[in-house]
Structure formats: C-alpha cells, structure tokens
Design a protein around this ligand. Structure first.
Ligand code: PEP
Ligand code: MG
Length: 755
C-alpha cells in the first residue's frame, strides 16, 4: 500500500517553503503538521518536544484538540510517546489502544484513533522529541511511510536545535536541547575542572537539508563514497598510519565497513526520499548513534563507532571540509571533548588553557590517560556519545576523581563543584606549604620521595613538588607519542634535556617497556593470545638487541660526565639481567673506545615486577646495583589478575597478608645485601599503601607528582617504628581475615595519620 500523496520529494519541497516563510515559530509548526498529515493521509499529526525535565510537551497538532497544545505533557517514559523517546526507535501500531504503554489523555480526544506511528526526533543520536501520525482505521504503516516520517523528523530536529522553538516553551519549562546531563564514566586523570566545551573534531554543520535535484544528490553521495574508499585505501597502502593514531587492523576493519552494503543502501534510500546527500548521511548516522547509546555489547558498540567515523568522513567530504580539523585558538578554560584521541594530539593543545578532557573511549591505562595525568589535566573516559550530547561552548564540569562529567549543570551543581575545586585548591595549598618541609617521619626516619615521569612536560614537576629526583622515567612514552621510531639522536636529545632540567637531581631511566598494552603504531603488531604475558619489555630488548643497544647508546651519550641510572623492565630471572648487562657493558666499552666521555658512574638496576624473581632474591640483590618494585605488574602477576580488566583489576587487595609478605621478603633481602630499593608502582603513591610499605621497611618511593603532597603529609604524621611492630604482629597472627586493610586503616585513624 502506498499512503503518501505524491511521495516524500513533494513533501520535502513543500516543507522547505514552510521553513523559508517569514512566519512565527508556532505558525511554522502548525503548518508543518498539516502538511505532514496531508501527505501521509493521516487524520492526526502531532509534535512532542522533549523538555529539560525529561517530559514531552505537545507543541503542535493537526487532528487532536488544539486546546491541548502546550498543556498536554507526558512524563519521561509515559505512554507511547514516552516509550519512543526512551527507546529512540520508531513504533508503528495498528491497534494502539491495546498496547500496554498506551496512556489515555481525555483533553486530546485521541481515543477514536486506532493506528499510531511515532518516530523519535533525533539529532546526533540525542532524542529531542517525538513526531506522531494517527489514523482512525486500523492500518499497517508501510516502510516508506515510516521512512518519510523519520526524514521529516530530522528537519524538525534542526529546527529545534536552531533554537526556533525556545520561545514557545511553557512558562517555567524549557526544552530539552540544553538539559543538564550527568555522565558517568571512568576516571582517567584526577582533579576537578570547570570550563566550556571545545570539540576536538567539531561536528560538521549541515545547512542544506532538502534536495533541489535528488538525482544530483545521489551522484554526490556516490562520488563521496568513492572518495572515502580511496582515501582509506591510500592510508593503508602508505603503511604509515601513525599520524591518525589508529592501528592498521582498525583501518582494515574500516575498509570493510566502507564497503558495507547495508549501510550504503540505507544512505541511498534516504537520499531518494528527497534529502541532500549530507543530510542523508547524517540521518543514518543519527540512527547509528541512537543505537550506539543503547548498545551494551562492547564489540558491537565498537562496530557502530566505526560506522560513525566513516559517516564523519563522508560528511566532511560532502561539505568540503578537510579531514583532521585545524586547531582553533583555544578559549580560556577549555574542556576538550573527543571520541578518542592519540597522546600526541593532546600535546598539540595549549596546556595553559585546558581545564579538562572528556572522551567517549579510553581506559585508565590508555596512553592518552598517561599523558593527561602527566599534564595534570582532569580527565574522564567512557562517556557514551559525549561528542553528540555536548555542543561546542556548553558548560562542562570534569570530575576526574569520581570519573563523572556534568554537562550544562544546574547552578546548584555548579556551585557544589566550585566548592569542591576550592577545597582541592586549599589542600594543594597545604601541600605546597609542606614542600619546604623534609620528608621525615614523626619518629625521625628519612624517606626519599621522587616522581615518575616520561615526557619533558613532566620536568617542571620536580621543582613544583621539591621531589628528590625522578625514580622512574618511562622512556617508552617518547616512542608512543612519536609518529615514527625515534632515532638514536632524537632519543639522546630527550635524555640530555631531561638530565639538564633535572639539574643534578638523580634520574632513573627505564629502558623501553613496550609490548603488552603499550603498542607503537609504526611497529608491526604481533597478535598474541596473552599480550601481558607475551613478547614485551626486556624480552624484545634481548631478542632485538639493536633496539636495546641503540637506546643504551643514546642514554650513555646523554649521560656523558654525569651519574647515570638505568633500569630494566620485566626481568624474570637473574640470567636475563646478566644478558642485558652484557649488552650495556659492550655498548659502554664501544663508546669509550670511540673516545666518548663516559658517564661519571653507571648503576644498572632491575624492576621487580615478575614474581619468579622473588625466588631468586639472594642472587638478584647481589648482582643488581639497585631494585625498583613495579607494583602494578607485580600485583597483576602475583594474583593472576589483569590490571587492564575492570572485572578483576581490583579484585585482590595488595594490603592482604600474601602480597605484604611478598613485599617484605624483597625489602629484607635488599637490606641484607645493602642493595638500594625503591617502589615505583602506583601502590607507592597512595597514602595508606605507602604508610604500610614504610612499615615494612621501604624508605624510597617514586610516584606521580600529584601524590607527593598527600604522601608527605601522611609520613610526617607517622610513627614508623610503632607501625613496624604492629605489622609484624599482624603478619604473624594468621587469624581472621587475611585482608589487613581495615586494621591498617584503623591504625591510621588511631594515630591521626592522614591517609
Ligand atoms: C609497574 O608495573 O608498576 C610499573 C611502574 O611499570 P608500568 O606501570 O609502566 O608497567
Ligand atoms: Mg610495569
């Protein structure tokens, strides 16, 4: 059956006339509903607009009682209209009154209509309202009618978004375009930031929605698809994908989707309804985004993301914007909003203006999170559809501590966060005051506090925290943010700059810790079943000695005439350490033979992060010049719990008897052999955990710069001797729960140690 009079092309042309007419917004809406009802041979056509409180208000109707306009509202989720708004899916019923969600509104007089077709008014995946047609007779609406109504809804969405309907809102109610949203994601970098949204890749604005010449639009779409495919082929063939931060596999999947027949057919169909090519792409993209919002399966969500990306590429081609948008000047107090972002892209922005970062993707150990932490930018990841829900310029609050985002917050919420930010600032002020105080416990035990670093942007943190040095310099970060493999000369230049800026404070450089989750985009990716247990860190260094040798050469040259400390990651056996040491010594001898001035001294240390080393302690403390405990990996391997896997990462407490005994055995073995030992994993930056490590006998820590203040405040209030006694007793007791956290927290409370 074909219900539409003259097809959607005619309808769209007439809609355009109404849109262009100089009439009031209400008149425009009234004419639109008449037009739609007439074209779709429906007795009723009504528009409901989503209000800030989540309810839907009747804004215009043809066929229902006009008196009900701006009076009838449906609560969020109420009735068929509420259901469509919630599900963001069309709903076609031949017997609406028998649907369980039907809600009878006497003032509208709709009880006589049996058939019902409603579609969400979507923009960028966000629901803005619902468009409905109804018929007296029981009838089935055709696919074509549903399609036409959806296309019309898209035009309404633009009208709502353009702000034309704001003046129609009932007193005290404003439309949901600007409604506040509380987004819950995951914390990537601590801190609270208030500011205004800047989209990393701004939405492509479409001004021309209705086609003048549908045949020409089909051709434009086809040409854009061909161009998009060619550009993806070119990216893959060039074999250099680093500059867009995506990996080759991702691009291959991309290429597959660029040929996805279902997706392409949908866009062609929509163009044939009378929209311009770009409007058709956006229509389909909006549906995809609405699905993405509701999709819980991470695999399928990822696939929808791919389609979303492709749609963006098509849109840019169609409206003549280059892919990869030029950086505009950042406003003061910018909150950057992105789907995902490579670490290098973040460094392109002016740090002084950045107050926060919101990502749709990105886990806590992602590279972008590492860089955000290094820069001290509060960041939250996994905010679904953030780029669609947030408009450029919107007020946004990033709560990096809770992993939450407030979008267009109400004044009371904003004030609460301002208070929170002030409180943090006051605490920071207290920590700053502690800066000049020595890191000594209450009972006089000196503790060495150093910072972790990996990029030059970290170096100012040395002065800012008055840290004793850099206890862990993650050299892989330079490799991860680069677009190509850094040359030996580039590596040397970075290391020399780090030593220069450290001004005599010790720096411990860790050799490349890549593999596992740390992937270099320009290096061939090797598929492994268990990458964390796979070919990574020193294993690559030993198997590909050229890479390790080049790095060691760069380090030794940079350290010419200075004291140098180098440590090796993921050492599993003493034998591995000895082999790596041979490589280092050979490089050293070679440089000296070539007449280079060697470092004043060279200490070669071992990261303790693989439990097997705990059973070679007597040997390793004799062989290594120093040890540094990487608690992140050590705990992951000790408990066989993937640090990247949210389901298990926090399942086992390092303040349990098992982990603490392991940590005690290491510090005791090191003390006996007078082998210096440091803790450089995250455990050594949390006040309660660091307190316990001091109790076990650890005296040196390296941590993120932000942790220095809280840890110093803790240790200056701590009686280390008393805690050591208490811990001996707790670890020997063997009664009750083996998780000692509650007892240790109680100790801190009892002795007023701030943790
Ligand atoms: C660790 O494993 O604790 C560590 C410090 O190294 P990374 O976090 O870089 O693996
Ligand atoms: Mg590690």
């Amino acid at each position: 059956m074909r219900g539409a009079h003259g097809g959607s092309g005619v309808l769209l042309r007439r809609l355009r006339e109404v849109m262009a007419a100089s009439i009031s917004p209400q008149e425009r809406l009234d004419r639109l509903v008449v037009l739609i009802a007439g074209n779709l041979v429906a007795e009723v056509c009504s528009v409901y607009v989503l209000r800030e409180d989540g309810s839907l208000e009747l804004y215009a109707t043809e066929g229902l009682n006009r008196e009900a306009v701006h009076l009838t509202t449906m609560r969020a989720g109420e009735g068929l209209v509420g259901l469509i708004a919630r599900e963001a899916e069309p709903l076609a019923l031949s017997d609406a009154q028998n649907h369980p969600a039907f809600s009878y509104r006497p003032e509208t007089g709709e009880e006589i209509y049996r058939s019902f077709l409603g579609v969400p008014i979507l923009r960028g995946g966000a629901v803005m309202g619902v468009l409905v047609i109804q018929n007296r007779a029981s009838r089935l609406y055709s696919e074509e009618e549903i399609e036409t109504l959806q296309t019309t809804a898209m035009i309404m969405a633009e009208m709502i978004a353009a702000g034309g309907l704001k003046s129609l809102a009932a007193p005290g109610a404003s439309i949901g375009l600007d409604r506040p949203i509380h987004g819950i994601g995951v914390s990537l970098a601590d801190g609270v930031g208030l500011g205004h949204a800047v989209l990393h890749e701004p939405r492509v604005a479409i001004t021309n929605l209705i086609a003048e010449n549908p045949a020409a639009e089909v051709q434009r779409l086809e040409a854009a698809i061909a161009q998009m495919r060619a550009s993806i082929d070119e990216l893959i063939e060039r074999g250099d994908v680093a500059h867009i931060g995506e990996h080759r596999d991702v691009l291959e999947t991309f290429r597959m989707f660029a040929h996805d027949q279902g997706w392409l057919r949908r866009m062609r169909e929509v163009v044939l309804t009378g929209l311009t090519a770009e409007a058709a792409v956006e229509r389909v993209q909006s549906d995809t985004r609405a699905k993405m919002l509701r999709q819980t399966d991470p695999y399928l969500r990822e696939r929808l993301h791919d389609l979303d990306d492709l749609a963006n590429r098509l849109l840019r081609t169609l409206v003549g914007k280059a892919n990869g948008v030029a950086r505009e000047e950042l406003p003061e107090n910018a909150i950057l909003i992105a789907r995902s972002m490579g670490p290098a892209a973040l460094l392109d922005y002016d740090r002084a203006h950045l107050r926060g970062l919101v990502l749709e993707e990105g886990g806590p150990t992602s590279h972008i999170a590492i860089v955000a932490r290094a820069l001290g930018i509060p960041a939250v990841g996994e905010i679904v559809n953030a780029t669609a829900l947030i408009q450029s310029g919107d007020a946004v609050i990033v709560d990096g501590q809770a992993g939450e985002v407030q979008i267009r917050p109400q004044p009371d919420v904003e004030n609460a966060y301002k208070d929170k930010a002030r409180l943090r600032a006051r605490k920071q002020e207290q920590y700053r005051k502690l800066k000049s105080q020595p890191a000594v416990t209450k009972d006089g035990v000196p503790i060495v506090l150093q910072i972790n670093a990996g990029l030059l942007v970290d170096l100012p943190n040395l002065d800012a925290t008055a840290a004793a040095g850099i206890g862990l310099f993650r050299t892989e970060l330079q490799f991860m943010v680069a677009e190509h493999m850094p040359t030996t000369a580039e590596q040397q230049a970075l290391y020399a700059a780090v030593l220069e800026q450290a001004q005599g404070r010790p720096v411990t450089f860790r050799t490349l810790d890549i593999g596992g989750d740390k992937v270099l985009p320009y290096m061939e990716r090797i598929e492994e079943e268990n990458p964390a247990l796979g070919w990574r860190a020193i294993r690559i260094g030993l198997d590909r000695p050229r890479l390790l040798r080049a790095q060691v050469r760069a380090l030794l040259r940079a350290g010419s005439g200075r004291d140098m400390k180098i440590m090796l990651p993921m050492i599993a056996t003493v034998d591995e350490f000895q082999r790596a040491r041979t490589i280092v010594r050979r490089e050293q001898a070679m440089l000296e033979k070539q007449g280079h001035v060697p470092p004043l001294s060279l200490q070669l240390g071992v990261m303790v992060e693989v439990p097997s080393l705990l059973f070679e302690l007597p040997e390793i403390v004799r062989e290594a010049d120093f040890l540094s405990i990487g608690t992140n990996d050590l705990m992951q391997f000790l408990f066989a719990a993937d640090r990247e896997n949210k389901r298990v990462a926090d399942r086992f407490d390092p303040l349990g008897v098992g982990a603490l005994r392991a940590l005690r055995s290491i510090v005791e073995a090191a003390a006996e052999a007078k082998c210096p030992i440091t803790v450089c994993g995250e455990m050594g930056g949390k006040p309660l955990e660091t307190m316990v490590l001091i109790g076990l006998g650890y005296r040196a820590f390296s941590m993120s710069a932000a942790s220095i203040g809280p840890v110093k405040a803790m240790l200056r209030a701590l009686d280390a001797g008393k805690l050591a006694e208490r811990l001996d007793w707790m670890l020997a007791a063997g009664e009750g729960s083996t998780n000692l956290r509650p007892q240790l927290a109680a100790f801190a409370t009892e002795f007023k140690v701030p943790v």
